[in-house]
Ligand binder design. Sequence first.
Ligand SMILES: Nc1ncnc2c1ncn2[C@@H]1O[C@H](COP(=O)(O)OP(=O)(O)OP(=O)(O)O)[C@@H](O)[C@H]1O
Ligand SMILES: [Mg+2]
Length: 393
Amino acid sequence: MSHIYIFTGKGGVGKSCISSAHAYMSARQGIDTLLVSTDMAHNLGDIFETKLGSEPINLMEHLDIYEIDPNTIMENDFKDMTAAIKKMLPVSYGENIQEFGMVPGMEELFALLKIAKIYQANTYERIIVDCAPTGETLSLLKFPELLSWYMEKLFPIGKVAVRVLSPISKQMFKVSLPNKVAMNDIEKLYYELFQLQELLKDREVTSIRLVTIPEKMVVEETKRNYMYMNLYNFNVDGIYINRILPKDINNSFFDQWLAIQSTYMDEIKQSFQALPMYRVPWYEEEIKGINAIVRICNDVLEKGNVFTQVEISNRETFETNDSGYLLKVHLPFVDKKEIDLFQTNTDVVLKIGNFKRNIPLPNVLRKYMIASAKYEQDCLYIQFEKGEGADAQ
Ligand SMILES: Nc1ncnc2c1ncn2[C@@H]1O[C@H](COP(=O)(O)OP(=O)(O)OP(=O)(O)O)[C@@H](O)[C@H]1O
Ligand SMILES: [Mg+2]
């Protein structure tokens, strides 16, 4: 089975360098690897000191690099689908595909669909994804789910397909997918989005890796990023602490910095105990060219099993209990007061800060109501009871 590794983190923390090092390391192990960037401000070309085009190029044996240009793939790979989305949009978006590309998140969505396509073509055993900074990556990852949710509400998509959307209900009811040939464009798009979600949330396929720096602001953001990744049920199974100063630096200018780093290293260790952790030194020069990449491989990646995928948190689960059903969602680092929870006819809606997630309810639960909710040991437990229930607390 092929694997996807997605690197995410705040701007400038070292995502591109660290994902590049993974790609190089993977190729060195003799595994066919693709390093792909979804960041519109591409810089893999700078790191590898080579010119990249709109198609993957071969860098060395077992390693191809590809900076995705969403406009090119929208025109070349997803013509029918862009047409399908166009149908769904207000007329004012017009005929122009560039204009249409301006719908927020849309271009990146096609970059993801392209990655799914590459995955399905089975050319590479490992696909390493260098992402844009945190916020954009989050919107990117939640987008397929969000869009299919809207599509369900707006279009008469077959009920079977609707229920298939939820990994939970799929597991519970083992429904089969509708026949792809009979679908129209919108259904096809919906189906592709569904498949994309399945791929990104499949813990045996996709790993999300966090890149951070031992400083307050970055650590805070890393925690929130981790929480949101859990909210959307992605498997984060590694954290990279980058730019660690050498202890024997012997220059009083860095005394304070060493103390700061030590404080936040401790905090990271405590907060992310569950995750495999890798430490990357702060090098005396910027990371450019193969030699710099090889250095990261030798100093850091070689020492761990960086490509091993580990299931860190359990999937969301619906369990039956005496009172009805219990939905369990793994949600570390959330402030209880921030959680907003309600139920619609078809979904449980979970809101934290500016992020909202609709978790579709299995059919059997439509007659149940949320009776109570509690947050305990990094998990949110939502209890459903039959008939009229009390509001969530
Ligand atoms: N361990 C390190 N030692 C020295 N320089 C580093 C280290 N890690 C990253 N850098 C430098 O920091 C800068 C940012 O790194 P990189 O481009 O990998 O970050 P990024 O997270 O991909 O940034 P962006 O959010 O802009 O995509 C680069 O100039 C890189 O050479
Ligand atoms: Mg980058």
